[in-house]
Design a protein around this ligand. Structure first.
Ligand SMILES: NC(=O)c1ccc[n+]([C@@H]2O[C@H](COP(=O)([O-])OP(=O)(O)OC[C@H]3O[C@@H](n4cnc5c(N)ncnc54)[C@H](O)[C@@H]3O)[C@@H](O)[C@H]2O)c1
Length: 249
């Protein structure tokens, strides 16, 4: 499905990351993966799990200059690319509990910046090195639509991310670049452990699947692979659930 395609995967922290599931699915579909990492600590982790020939590029999405430099580096070292997976989010732990009206201004802005605005910044610089047709895929969660306990400020950021997907899809459509989001079911990753009582969230989410089995990073990765591929040429500006039916029940 992705033979000969070069895909940038942003957001692998470890082998539990959804971005890792995406990278494995892309490779299985014949694509080549370029990885970005947030900081030196994560780079060291990636070096342990990636083959020696893997391409790694620094990119802290809180810094526009870092994003611009990352895409310039990729263009110089790799050339034009076919797709981007944006699997990045962050909110302070103290905002992921209790009542939403206690959210601080700084905490709100930080969650929006890293979890929603970063997609816009990535699209801004990414379009300059994306081939046509190109595809951008981001990761969202059902907490954008329902008031999930403790998810709070991140649910608000995900609503913003999903709206950004629609507006980006409109504006990048003229350049033959599609933009979509996957709304993944709850999976135990580093990011989820920041949410208070995340165990209860994972258990409840699994209980509400159609078959009692939580979705896996492999299943999310396969859908990302599909959305990056020409098979999904008719899909843009959309949010695709990959949650084993949790949003239905
Ligand atoms: N795990 C779930 O249940 C779930 C469900 C739906 C959606 N998602 C979304 O999937 C995406 C990936 O998260 P995950 O669950 O795989 O967790 P994860 O912790 O493995 O990945 C989050 C990634 O975000 C990166 N990141 C955070 N701040 C950054 C910054 N300033 N610059 C660059 N990178 C930064 C981290 O380095 C990490 O690699 C997130 O958008 C998350 O909200 C997760």
């Amino acid at each position: 499905m992705l033979k000969g395609q070069k895909i940038l995967v942003m957001g692998v922290a470890n082998k539990r990351s959804i971005a890792w599931g995406c990278a494995q699915a892309i490779i299985a579909a014949g694509g080549d993966v370029i990885y970005t990492y947030q900081n030196e600590r994560i780079k060291q982790k990636l070096l342990k799990i990636l083959p020696a020939e893997a391409t790694l590029v620094a990119c802290d999405v809180s810094d526009d200059q870092a994003i611009e430099t990352a895409f310039q580096t990729i263009k110089t070292e790799i050339g034009m690319i076919d797709g981007i997976v944006h699997a990045i989010a962050f909110a302070n732990r103290e905002e992921l509990e209790g009542v939403v009206y206690e959210t601080s201004r700084a905490g709100y802005l930080l969650a929006q910046e890293i979890s929603a605005y970063s997609l816009i910044a990535v699209a801004k610089y990414g379009r300059l090195i994306l081939k046509q047709p190109g595809s951008i895929v981001t990761l969202t969660y059902f907490g954008s639509e329902r008031a999930i306990p403790n998810y709070n400020v991140m649910g608000i950021a995900k609503a913003s991310l999903e709206a950004s997907v629609r507006y980006l899809a409109r504006d990048l459509g003229a350049e033959n670049i599609r933009v979509n989001a996957i709304s993944a079911g709850a999976i135990k990753t580093l990011a989820v452990t920041g949410v208070k009582d995340y165990r209860a969230l994972l258990d409840e989410s699994e209980r509400r699947t159609v078959d009692g089995q939580s979705v896996t990073i492999e299943e999310v990765g396969n859908t990302a692979s599909f959305l990056l591929s020409p098979l999904a040429s008719g899909i843009t500006g959309d949010v695709i659930y990959v949650d084993k039916g949790v949003h239905l029940i």
